[in-house]
Design a protein around this ligand. Structure first.
Ligand SMILES: *[C@@H]1O[C@H](CO)[C@@H](O)[C@H](O)[C@H]1NC(C)=O
Ligand SMILES: *[C@@H]1O[C@H](CO)[C@@H](O)[C@H](O)[C@H]1NC(C)=O
Ligand SMILES: *[C@@H]1O[C@H](CO)[C@@H](O)[C@H](O)[C@H]1NC(C)=O
Length: 272
């Protein structure tokens, strides 16, 4: 099914640049649905966990000041009421999209700890870590399956909040990167929402990612990143079967210290 869909879509996509923009319209945690932001209604009066965003149009320049959350960095205001969704560390949050048609490119999900309340934080000031990404799933870059095709076939994209993450307030940032011809470059579709992470009683305090996993927006990407310079329109493209997703490595809660401790305990055991 996926294969047929992709081959049906591929010809028109390679020929025309269909204006097929999109955005997160709501979120789901366990079975609860949280309405998103509506960019085409005035922000005043909107009550949502989603940060406001400028619209469903993409961001082209990875150094654009708006790339953190597709806005000026602030929450819904001044009349709107910004909410946060509670989520247990280890649970999954699903971003639900409106119409989404682009099949080529990676899906990425980041989080950032707000130093105090997220309602008072500007997303440009925060340090982000990646919690999930999906690049090229299989096949080659033209006829294979990509992370953002999960969205074009299911309408949603899910990511797990790391089980080890410390309790506190966070922003979550969903980004779909749609690969386009080199003349325009990739299109970045970004939306953010506010979360309050809590931990299961007795599961310990959790932790934050080490600094090697942290990045800023703008800053996480460079226009010269290999993953932002893929050309689907060359004769060789159907022979390319690797893809390097831009941005830092995914932090899954298993940081280097843990690995060192594990290595040490294995050494201790083998000593015995
Ligand atoms: C930055 O992105 C916004 C949309 O988020 C767009 O309106 C603006 O023109 C872009 N600025 C530059 C310098 O590309
Ligand atoms: C990202 O989430 C998808 C489901 O949305 C899952 O299939 C994939 O394994 C996850 N990848 C990472 C690196 O966590
Ligand atoms: C390994 O053994 C050393 C020396 O006995 C001990 O100090 C250390 O705590 C042990 N480490 C682990 C992870 O068990």
């Amino acid at each position: 099914m996926l294969g047929i869909l992709t081959s049906l879509l591929i010809a028109p996509f390679l020929v025309n640049r269909v204006a097929a923009h999109g955005a997160v319209t709501s979120y789901r945690i366990n079975d609860e649905v949280f309405p998103g932001y509506n960019a085409y209604d005035p922000p005043d009066g909107q009550v949502s966990i989603a940060r406001p965003y400028y619209g469903i149009d993409p961001i082209f320049d990875v150094l654009n000041e708006t790339i953190a959350c597709n806005n000026d960095g602030g929450p819904i205001g001044p009349e709107g009421k910004q909410l946060s969704a509670n989520i247990r560390a280890g649970d999954t949050i699903t971003a639900i999209y409106g119409l989404w048609l682009h099949p080529f490119g990676p899906a990425t999900v980041y989080m950032a700890r707000c130093p105090g309340a997220c309602i008072e934080s500007n997303s440009r000031d925060l340090e982000w870590f990646k919690i999930n990404h999906t690049g090229l799933i299989d096949g080659d870059i033209v006829y294979g399956h990509w992370g953002i095709a999960i969205v074009s076939t299911t309408g949603e994209y899910s990511a797990k909040v790391p089980e080890e993450l410390a309790a506190g307030e966070y922003l979550i940032r969903n980004e779909l990167i749609a690969i386009h011809p080199p003349s325009t470059g990739p299109q970045h579709y970004v939306e953010c929402a506010q979360l309050k992470v809590f931990r299961e009683p007795g599961s310990g305090p959790g932790k934050l990612p080490p600094s090697s996993f942290l990045t800023k927006f703008p800053g996480a990407y460079n226009p010269s990143d290999p993953g932002l310079n893929v050309n689907l329109y060359t004769p060789e493209a159907p022979t390319v079967t690797t893809y390097q997703i831009p941005g830092p490595a995914v932090w899954d809660g298993q940081d280097e210290e843990d690995e060192l401790r594990l290595a040490e305990s294995i050494r201790n055991v083998s000593r015995w």
